[in-house]
Design a protein around this ligand. Sequence first.
Ligand code: AMP
Length: 146
Amino acid sequence: MSNYATILVAVDLSEDSNRILQRARGVASGAAAQLHIIHVIEPLSFAYGGDIPMDFSGIQDEIYQQATQQLKRFAENNGVDEAHRHIVMGRPEVEIHAKAEELAADLIVVGSHGRHGLALLMGSTANGVLHGAKRDVLAVRVGQEK
Ligand code: AMP
């Protein structure tokens, strides 16, 4: 099997993101792959749209600006240049797949919390990404039991 050429790392900008990126780096350095990072912002209207008759645009702009700054900081601390970082609005699993398609990535790297019980039933981003994936997916174990 040939090595990975383009790797897309999905980051939620929590502390786990460093660990996930490190793992991806391990795979990328062996394979001399291009490494991209993506952060997805879920529109507030997805969660509250029909329920609360309110204009979310101001808050949404604020969230977008803050996330952009956070991603920039994270990327700069980890030596990822502007061309290799992406911020988009939408549902994480949908947008992660779309960006992987656009970049022709051959590996997606996500964190996975190894949930149990109810949380497991409710699903996770890692499960969402894995479902219907047209490329390899590396789920990096994160959370308390590392
Ligand atoms: P979760 O299932 O939400 O606990 O997230 C597990 C993993 O999915 C995270 O470690 C990230 O790799 C990815 N992920 C979750 N939310 C986002 C997001 N908004 N943008 C990009 N990746 C995300």
